[in-house]
Write a protein that binds this ligand. Sequence first.
Ligand code: UDP
Ligand code: MG
Length: 332
Amino acid sequence: MEFVTEADLLAPSLAIVVPCYNEEEVIADTTAELLKTLENLASEGRISATSKIYYVDDGSRDATWSMLEKIARDDNRVVAVALSRNRGHQNALYAGLSQTQEDMVVSIDADLQDGPENITAMVDAFRAGFEVVFGVREERGTDTWFKRMTAEGYYRLMQRLGVDLVFNHADFRLMSRRAVDTLLEYPETNLFLRGMVRELGFRSTTVAYARRPRMAGESKYPLRRMLSLAWRGVTAFSIAPLRAITLLGLVSGGLALGLIAWVLFVKVFSSSAVPGWASIMVPVLFIGSVQLLCLGVIGEYLGKIYEEVKRRPRFHLREVVGADPVSDVGTG
Ligand code: UDP
Ligand code: MG
C-alpha cells in the first residue's frame, strides 16, 4: 500500500471509529483484523487507500492507551485520540466521529462482536447511494434469554412512545460524511446516537448480520449501564411520560367524581355514614385529581421547554435543484 493511485482517490475513503474502554485484551487482534479489512476493501477498489482507523480511548485504566498510542505512531493508517476521562460509549463515539474527515464513517465496537466483514455490504450500499446503513442483528444467539427479552420489550416500548428506532440496531453503522457532519450539528448533551441518526433522515438501509460472542475481556455494559442508556433513550426522545401525568389526572378525576357521588349518596340516603367522613373524602378525592391534572399541564410546558432547549435543527435538506443552497441545516 505504498502508492496512492488515481483509482484509489476515486474510491471513497473510509474511517472506522472504535471507542475503547479497558480493552487491552482485544486491541491487538482488533487492529490486525480492521487493518486487514481496510486492505481487502482497498484492493477490491471499494475504498481508497487513504482510509483510516480512529481509536478513541474513553479514559481506560488499563494499558489500552499505551497500546493505541504505539499503534498510531507505527502505522499512519491509525489515529488514536484519548478523552480526558471516561465519558461513556456514546460520548466516546461522538468524539471519534468529530475527528474524522473521510467520505464514509463506520462505527464499531472494539470487541468486534459486529464482524468487520459486514462493512463490505455497508460500503456497497453507500456506493449505491445510501447515506446511512444500519447494521441489524439478525439473531441474538449470543445473548442471554434475559437480554433478548428486555431488548425486544424495549424496542416495542419505544415504538409505542413514538420513537423511531431501527429494531436490533446498536451502534454498528455506516454514515456518509454529510450524515456525520449533520449529526455533529445536534448540540444536545444526552446522546442516544441510534435515535439521533434516525432523526437525521437521509436515505438509509440496513445490513443484517449475526453477532459474534465477545472475543476477550468482559462487557462494558453491565445491567446498570444498559438501563441508564435505555432510560436516556426514552427521556431524550419522548415526552410521553410527562403526558401520561395528564392522562392519569383525567382517569383519577373520573374515578374521583364517581366516588364523590357515592360518598354523597351514602351520606344523604343512609344512616351509617360516620360523622366527618364525607367532608374529608370529598375534598381529598377532588384535590388529588385536580393536583394531578395541574401537574400534567406543567408537564406539557416542561416538555415543550425540553424540546426547545435541545435546539435540534428543524430540518436537513437532502437535495436542492436549480438554486445555490443557502444553508443545509434548519437552525439560524
Ligand atoms: N465503551 C466505551 N466507554 C464506556 C463503555 C464502553 O468506549 O464507558 C466501548 C467499549 O470499549 C466497546 C463498546 O463501547 O468498544 C461497546 O461495549 P461492550 O462491547 O462492552 O458492550 P456490549 O457489546 O456488551 O453491549
Ligand atoms: Mg461488545
